[in-house]
Structures are given as C-alpha cells and as structure tokens.
Design a protein around this ligand. Structure first.
Ligand SMILES: C[S@@+](CC[C@H](N)C(=O)[O-])C[C@H]1O[C@@H](n2cnc3c(N)ncnc32)[C@H](O)[C@@H]1O
Length: 227
C-alpha cells in the first residue's frame, strides 16, 4: 500500500505572529485533516482571548491562561494547539489511530505553546481513566456527524463536566444525507442535561466565519436543591 501523502496547512494568528502549522494526511479517517469548524473555533478562541484587554462591555470572557482544557475528537489538533498558545493547559484527545498525527503536530508547534499540551486516547462513551475531571473548558469541533456516536459523546460530556465547565462546541450545519437528523438528535439529547447558548456570528472571527458554522457554549444544568 502506498504511504499516505502528508501536506501542511498554516493557520495565521490574528495578531500577525507566527501561525500554527498543521500536518494533514491523505487516506486516513476524518481526523486526518483540519475541518472548517476547527478553523472557525480556533480563530474564535484567538479573538476571545485577544479581547482580555478590551473594555469590559466588549469582553467575550473566554480567558484561557492557566485554564484546564480538554479537546474531544481533536483530529489534527488545531483547536487544542491554539488554546495552548493562549496559555491554557491542554489535553487533546482522539482515537488511537489519530495519535501519531496529533503528536507530530504538537511537536511542530511546541515553540508557540505558552501553556502546555499533551495528547491522549479517549473514545467517547468509554470509562475515563487518567483524566482530570471537570476541566474549565471542553472544546469540540465538527464532532456531531454520525448517529451511533451521539449517546456516547454526550455521556462523555456528562462524565467530564462539572458545574463550572464550559463546553465550546463548533459544528458545520450540513444538509446532505442524514446530517440534519443527526444534528437535530444531538440537540434533543444534549438539552436534557445541559443549557446551550449560541454565540452570535458577529462575535466569531471576522475572516474565519460562515453562516453555516455555529458555535455554542454549553453548561451542565444546575441541580435544584432538595425542598
Ligand atoms: C470530522 S473530524 C473533526 C476533527 C477536528 N476536530 C477538526 O474539526 O478538524 C471528527 C473527529 O472525531 C473523532 N471521533 C469520531 N468518533 C469518535 C469516538 N467514538 N471517540 C473519539 N473520537 C472520535 C475522529 O477520529 C475525528 O478526529
């Protein structure tokens, strides 16, 4: 079998400093390339963190410095890497078969990391061993795309998140095949235990945005105290 073709993508930073360089490869699963939702989410993080110095009314309140961040279905690792360059302590996770690409991309961009970053295997729905519970943020880009994964994915979100955890979920709305049903089902299921807030398009990065790519900030519903 021919060895996979590796090609690189550079993702520029908003402040014009050195961009992130991501290796991608042909012939692997969906995790081997950078998807548009990851570009949108990464630049949204870059924009939101850049607003730390902005007047309070304009703040997006996503400080990442020294925060514990876990990314699910990280693929090539762009989103987690962006968070790590913004000072977060990040664990990027995905299936076993994507770990070598993730590790390669961490190594390629290590010089830009101001927090920390490590890669681990995490298959949605499985028991969590060796993971810090209740990270400050859980990030996910383009992880809502097949029916069988929805319940395991939501179980993992439930198991990992505490009352202070913010899940930042970015997905591309697709109109082909079963995608609309899958997206609708995800939202039905997640709203049982979580509250969702949509980030308006004008708060996304001005260049890396699209009408069909959405960002939601999701938090576990507060438990009512026993009466
Ligand atoms: C469409 S890709 C998105 C990759 C990356 N977040 C991006 O947007 O570029 C979906 C990712 O979810 C991962 N994934 C799919 N099913 C999974 C599962 N059951 N457990 C963990 N990861 C899974 C895939 O390996 C892949 O990396």
């Amino acid at each position: 079998m021919a060895s996979p073709f590796v090609f690189e993508r550079e993702v520029p930073r908003r402040d014009g400093s050195a961009g992130l360089r991501l290796a991608q490869r042909s012939g692997g699963g969906t995790g081997c390339v950078v998807w548009d939702a990851a570009l949108v989410l990464a630049r949204f993080l870059d924009k939101s963190a850049a607003h730390r110095q902005a007047p309070p009314g304009r703040r997006l309140r996503l400080p990442l410095l020294r925060k514990a961040v876990l990314e699910l279905g990280a693929g090539a690792g762009l989103v987690g890497l962006m968070a790590a360059t913004l000072g977060a302590n990040v664990t990027v996770t995905d299936l076993e078969e994507v770990q070598d690409l993730l590790k390669m991309n961490i190594e390629k961009n290590q010089h830009l990391v101001t927090g920390s970053i490590q890669a681990k295997v995490l298959k949605w729905g499985e028991e969590l061993t060796g993971f810090l519970p209740t990270p400050d943020y859980i990030l996910m880009a383009d992880c809502i795309y097949y029916e069988e994964s929805l319940e395991p994915l939501i179980k993992t979100l439930r198991d990992l998140s505490g009352p202070q955890t913010h899940i930042i979920c970015c997905y591309e709305e697709r109109t082909i095949g079963k995608n609309p049903e899958v997206e609708q089902r995800f939202f039905e299921l997640i709203q049982k235990d979580f509250e969702l807030e949509k980030v308006p398009l004008e708060k996304h990065d001005e260049e890396y945005r699209s009408e069909d790519i959405h960002i939601f900030i999701i938090q576990k519903k507060k438990m009512n105290p026993p009466s």
